[in-house]
Design a protein around this ligand. Structure first.
Ligand SMILES: [Fe+2]
Ligand SMILES: [Fe+2]
Length: 288
């Protein structure tokens, strides 16, 4: 006889344990962050670090030569890429390379094929960076990272949803409830809360873990620009055809107004996001 999966407090503990059991962020990510944050460290340090990981070195070169990152001609070595791109972009490349591995699996509980989560996350990252560059340039780097990791909670919750698929279908049957509420009601956490826990586990800055926690309800965090940016970029990813939130995604009406973005700008961002995601995913899918 099948035993019933745990619920209530026991289930919540299991989910938090799953977050704690996630593999730690690779050393190369930590080192890269240290180097980028330490103004004394030079481009050579980060170049050496990237060269110590062959797969990362290949991806860096490929990305550095892509139209998205470089408009300055071909580069043939990691050290050259470091000079052309600078520390910030190299840090971003390392994050993209790591997250592409972490986010590319299929999610059976959410009915998402392989790479849907990855493409969506990348679209939100790129969209967040574009919006930040237009309205709050100082937030551009954080916006990119927050966008990339905002839905990582789905990776954790997926198997718990799969175990309780019928309960979810029943909860959603009337068409009045959204999936996010089903997560909270049935599992005790929604994917945004769990994504925020993953940010803590992976030592992301607090500003990112907070924005990620409220990416579906940015108005609850008065004045947090980062949460609004990720929320609007989530909507833009959906408009760009990279939707994993489903028709149940509820746009927070105040967010577009708060960010100060116009409708004609949104159309342009959608185009740019689609182009950039296709470029980056094409470059990163090299089987390494
Ligand atoms: Fe989400
Ligand atoms: Fe999302």
């Amino acid at each position: 006889m099948n035993s019933k999966p745990p619920s209530g407090r026991c289930l919540k503990q299991n989910i938090l344990l799953a977050v704690n059991n996630l593999p730690p962020m690779p050393q190369v990510m930590h080192k890269a962050r240290d180097i980028i944050q330490n103004p004394i460290s030079g481009l050579k340090d980060i170049g050496d670090l990237i060269e110590s990981d062959q797969a990362l070195a290949m991806k860096t070169l490929r990305l550095a030569n892509s139209a998205y990152y470089s408009r300055m001609g071909k580069v043939s070595s990691v050290q050259e890429a470091a000079v052309v791109l600078g520390l910030r972009v190299l840090g971003e490349l390392i994050t993209v390379a790591f997250m592409s591995k972490a986010l590319c699996s299929s999610l059976k509980g959410y009915d998402l094929p392989a790479e849907s989560l990855w493409r969506h996350s990348l679209a939100v990252a790129v969209g967040s960076r574009i919006i930040a560059n237009k309205k709050y340039p100082a937030l551009a780097n954080e916006a990119f990272s927050a966008g990339l990791i905002h839905d990582v909670g789905k990776l954790i919750l997926d198997r718990y949803i799969l175990q309780r698929k019928e309960e979810f279908l029943e909860f959603l049957a009337g068409g009045e409830q959204v999936f996010l509420v089903a997560e909270k009601e049935i599992l005790g956490f929604d994917h945004a809360e769990i994504a925020s826990e993953v940010c803590k586990r992976w030592n992301f800055p607090k500003s990112i873990s907070v924005a990620v926690k409220y990416h579906h309800h940015p108005s609850l965090l008065r004045g947090n620009k980062l949460a609004y940016i990720v929320h609007v970029a989530d909507e833009i990813a959906i408009l760009s055809g990279m939707d994993i939130e489903g028709i149940t995604f509820e746009i927070d009406d105040k967010s577009i107004q708060k960010i100060g973005i116009q409708n004609n700008e949104i159309e342009l961002i959608v185009d740019e996001v689609m182009k950039s995601v296709n470029q980056i995913t094409g470059l990163i899918e090299d089987g390494t």
